[in-house]
Ligand binder design. Structure first.
Ligand SMILES: [Co+2]
Length: 188
């Protein structure tokens, strides 16, 4: 696949259809400037501010854009709130749709065929392999991303964090907790 991608890029550049500098700038942006820290800030704000959480529930695209996170692969967003008795898990069964604007580029496992099929068939076992063990009575909801709609999981706020500020809370939010394959860190 990597060789095919390189060959395709060579042809497109040779025909003048793609500017290599533009490709480099895009990759550099999503590798270094846009990443899961964006999503962590959204989550921390939702934990701190009930009105922002409500806005996220009703119009996640606008609420997230208000923090400056919008654009490619994040045009239409929906926030999925974990709660007592419900845990959300995000997958793209067809390919690798992922909310770039808040999480950056997808991890390799997210794009792998086993994750894409098994997350739907047996989510509880897949979560267990990630170390996410849920009570038997917790309902697992699996959300299939598309080119039109991307999801951001809002994990539950860890206990004993009432005194933390937004930045300290954001530091507890992991990438995987916003996909549903992890929990936030406990406070240090
Ligand atoms: Co996809």
């Amino acid at each position: 696949m990597a060789a095919r991608t390189r060959a395709l890029e060579t042809i497109l550049v040779g025909k003048g259809l793609v500017d290599p500098a533009a490709v480099d700038a895009l990759i550099e942006t999503y590798e270094t400037r846009v990443g899961p820290r964006n999503g962590a800030r959204v989550v921390a704000k939702a934990w701190m501010d009930p009105s922002f959480a409500q806005w996220l529930r009703s119009d996640a695209t606008a609420a997230i854009a208000s923090l400056g996170y919008s654009g490619r692969q994040g045009e239409h967003m929906r926030a999925l709130f974990n709660g007592d008795g419900v845990h959300n898990l995000v997958v793209c069964t067809l390919c690798s749709c992922y909310p770039w604007s808040v999480l950056g580029l997808p991890p390799v496992w997210y794009k792998s065929p086993p994750y894409r099929s098994r997350a739907v068939i047996d989510p509880r076992r897949v979560l267990g392999e990630f170390g996410v063990v849920l009570p038997a009575e917790t309902r697992i909801e699996v959300w299939d991303s598309t080119a039109e709609l991307r999801y951001l999981v809002i994990p539950q706020r860890p206990p004993n964090t009432d005194d933390l500020d937004e930045e300290q809370l954001a530091a507890l939010v992991t990438r995987d907790s916003m996909i549903g394959t992890g929990f936030p860190r406990a406070r240090p």
